[in-house]
Every structure is written in structure tokens, then in C-alpha cells.
Write a protein that binds this ligand. Sequence first.
Ligand code: ATP
Length: 261
Amino acid sequence: MTEPLLHAQGLGRVYTNPRESLFQRPSRTVALHPSDLVIAPGEAVGIIGESGSGKSTLVRLLLALDTPSSGSVAFDGRPVSATASARSLHWFRRQTGVVFQDPYASLDPRMSVGRIVAEPLSALGIEGDHRSKVRAVLRLVGLEADAADRFPHEFSGGQRQRIALSRAIVHRPRLLVGDEPLSALDVTVRAQILELLGGLRQELGLAIVLVSHDIGVVQHLCDRVVVMRDGAIVEEGPVAKVLSRPSHPYTTQLLASVPRL
Ligand SMILES: Nc1ncnc2c1ncn2[C@@H]1O[C@H](COP(=O)(O)OP(=O)(O)OP(=O)(O)O)[C@@H](O)[C@H]1O
């Protein structure tokens, strides 16, 4: 078997909620029970499950954007510590990119697109000609190179998500993580961005972890699917198998209730 690109072992997260009165013990929410996950180089893995099942918690932990209550994450065999300083995580940030759901909230309206997309290059101390890297990545996601001189409000939702994607891949990461990156877009634009993700995957050899409530999206893009419920992974396997012959009753129920592209 190929060496994993990303390997999570026993990864868990418990939140302590504020106490409601002085005499009550603070309650705890188990957002993620200790879970294992392996992502191979170049593999695309979808994460599905109903709202509150722990999908975002899992991806935040995988990206060291949150500190686990238990377990560990390794990238290319090297431990990733969410409590390490920002600088000592640069090596990991260079290998990863992330796109979130809302293309309106995620782009600073005061910054030109060129500055937004170049941000990871300067923040991560990546050398070379940043302007030409930005222009190249804008072309790669299907935007005109002169988009760099314009501002986010001049673009539609779909174009903004292309901008967010270009920022996520400008430093040529090996893993792209998307937390519902298509769900704020209308159906036609969603299909275009989905095509784009598939193309980027081919062209850059990217591994992708994609959280989506849309089974059609996962079916289209992913090799493997992970099904979550109540903070636990209840089933995982090849997309074709899990979606056509699920082995867990929850997956069957989920497949019957969620929308498809
Ligand atoms: N900061 C927090 N403090 C307390 N509880 C939290 C916090 N973040 C998440 N949770 C809880 O952890 C559980 C999992 O949440 P999470 O956001 O990971 O689910 P999700 O599957 O991504 O949901 P959605 O599809 O709605 O985004 C939920 O019960 C949620 O209320």
C-alpha cells in the first residue's frame, strides 16, 4: 500500500460548554469520537453526514485549525501539532489549501484579487515571482489574468469561489480541503466548479477532502466516501460501493433523504 499522505489516528474533540449556573457542572459535547482516517496521495475523499455530525470538526482537526482532545495527525509521516507556533507549521500549510462554503465572507472586500490570491505566498515565505504565480493560477481556474487588478465585489458568486480556489492552490499544495465549497452556488455554477475541481485534481495531482451534503458531488468527484453520524465515522469505502450497497442502516437512510446533483 502507498504511504498515506495524511493519517489521523484516534482523532477526537470534546467541547466544554459554559456552565448555566454556578452550581452546575459544565456540560460536554463530544463533537468527534476518536476516529481514524487515511488519505492517500492524489486520492479524493468525500465526507457526508447530517448537520451536526462532526464533519467540520473533523476537517478543522485534519488541518490543525483546532486542537484535538485526543489522537494525532501526521502528514507524509511527519507529526502535525495544532499547538505549534504558526511559523513551525509553515511546512504543513505549504502542503495544504482550504476552501470554505461562503465565497462572499471569505474574501476581504478591501483587497484586490491579486493581493488576496498572493497572500499565502507571502505569509508562507514562498520565494519567486508572486505576480506571475498569481496570474498563472487565475488562468488555471478559468479567470482572466487581469482579474488580479479588480476587487471581489466585481465578481459573481461562482467567480468568487474560483478566486477562493486559486488562493487555496496558488502555493501548489498536495492536499485541498473543501468544507461545503459548492453549497452556496446555484446548480449550474456548482457543476462548473465541480468540473474545475476534477480538472485541477488531474492536472496538479491534488488529493482532495470534500465535505458535502450533496451526494451527487461526492459521486462525481470522489474515490472514497466517509459517512459520519453523531461525531463518529459509521461507514467508509469506495464511493460506488457505499452509495449503491451501503452496509450501515444510517447510510441507507441518509441516501434516501439528501439531495443529489
Ligand atoms: N465551538 C464549539 N463549541 C461547542 N460545541 C461545538 C463547537 N463547534 C461544534 N460544536 C458541536 O459539535 C458537533 C459537531 O459540529 P460540526 O460543526 O462539526 O458538525 P457538521 O457535521 O460540520 O455540521 P454542519 O453540516 O451543520 O456544518 C455539533 O453538536 C456542534 O454543536
